[in-house]
Structures are given as C-alpha cells and as structure tokens.
Design a protein around this ligand. Structure first.
Ligand code: 5GP
Length: 201
C-alpha cells in the first residue's frame, strides 16, 4: 500500500483528573507510529516530570518571545501558566506523513479547529462527575478548594463538547484507548485520506 502523503493531526482534550495521560500512554504503546507533541509550558515540573519528555519547561520571557515570533500553533493560559504547541515541530512530522497527537485544553483546541479544520477532535470524559471528584480526591495532591476549582473548570470545559468530533468515556483505560484507536482507524479510511490509493485508475 502506498504511504499516505500527510499525517493526521489528533487533538485530545478532557478535564483534569479524567486520566488523559494514562489513556495517552496506553494509546502510544499500541500505536508507536504516533508522534506525541511535547508542549511548552511556564508551569514548574511536578515530581517525576522530565524536561523534554512531559513538557518543555520554559520561563515566561522565553514563552512570550515564542508568541512574538509566531512559533506557536496555539497557546493558552490555564490556571496562571502558559501552555503552547510548537508549530514547526508538528508541521515537520505531519509533512513527513506521521500522525501527531496534541493533549491540549479547550481554548487551544478551538484555535487549532480554526487553523486546521482537517484535524480530528476527541474529548475524554469520566463515567460521571461523582467519579471525577472521586479521582481528584484519590490523587491526594490537591486540597478541597483546588479540587472544587478543577470541578468548576471541568463544568466549563463540558460546554465545549459539542464542538468535538468524538466523545470517549474513560471508564476502563484499555477500552478508552481501544476506542481512540478505532476512531483513528476510521479516520484513516476516509475517502479524502485514501485518494492516493486510486491514483492512475
Ligand atoms: P497540566 O498542568 O495538568 O499538565 O495541564 C493543564 C492543562 O493544560 C491540561 O488540560 C492540558 O491538556 C493542557 N495543555 C497541555 N499542553 C498544552 C498546550 O500546548 N496547549 C494548550 N492549549 N493546552 C495544553
């Protein structure tokens, strides 16, 4: 089969505590050909996070210079910090035919939707709001006030769900990852993504 010409841009969003990173790890272990876009952020690394792996951790000055130089496909402020996606890194991979995965919040996703209408947009939710609250408490990293803030933020983010193409429920991680793989398989079979297969007929 001929290799497709351009990679698929995949945008994944979901509330804090939904288990997005775990689903992404599972997905990437199954689909090793996907390039995960490591974002730039001004927030400090959490315990266990590595520079260049989880994020590229940069100063506010560096981030603002990247904005000024149009180096970012999108960026947003989230809970007092900047988060953004390098335009060049993802462009290079897409041009080379590699699928690229972005884990970004809803404001950034809206910017990508305006610039890249061919991207596929997936929103991940927990089985229920009670379950989200339970997971946030179980992480044991935040106080009651912060958890309340995250749940409020999640309610706001839910209003954006109708703008996404697919909704995945993360009840069991393996099933959520399997659904995302199914979505990507179906996207790859779209006629517009397969016209190269019938060239010359
Ligand atoms: P956290 O601080 O918990 O790692 O991430 C906070 C939020 O920022 C998450 O919803 C995550 O998806 C989002 N995020 C991470 N990287 C980016 C990015 O490059 N751009 C945007 N817009 N959001 C991002």
């Amino acid at each position: 089969m001929k290799k497709k010409t351009k990679g698929q841009l995949i945008v994944l969003s979901g509330p804090s505590g939904v288990g997005k990173s775990t689903v992404i790890s599972e997905l990437l272990s199954e689909r090793k050909d996907i390039y995960f876009s490591v974002s730039f952020t001004t927030r400090s690394p959490r315990v266990g996070e590595e520079d260049g792996v989880n994020y590229n951790f940069v100063s506010r000055e560096r981030f603002e210079a990247m904005i000024a130089n149009n180096e970012l496909l999108e960026y947003a402020q989230y809970v007092g910090n900047y988060y953004g996606t390098s335009l060049k890194l993802i462009q290079d991979h897409l041009e080379a035919g590699t699928d690229v995965l972005l884990d970004i919040e809803v404001q950034g996703a809206a910017k990508v939707r305006a610039k890249c209408p061919d991207a596929v947009f997936i929103f991940i939710v927990p089985p229920s709001f009670e379950e989200l609250s339970r997971r946030l408490h179980a992480r044991n990293t935040d106080g009651e006030e912060v958890i309340r803030g995250r749940l409020q933020k999640a309610r706001e983010e839910y209003r954006e769900i109708p703008n996404y193409d697919y909704l995945v429920v993360n009840d069991k991680v393996s099933e959520a990852a399997a659904e995302i793989i199914a979505i990507l398989t179906a996207e790859g079979c779209r006629t517009k993504n397969r016209m190269n297969l019938i060239e010359g007929v």
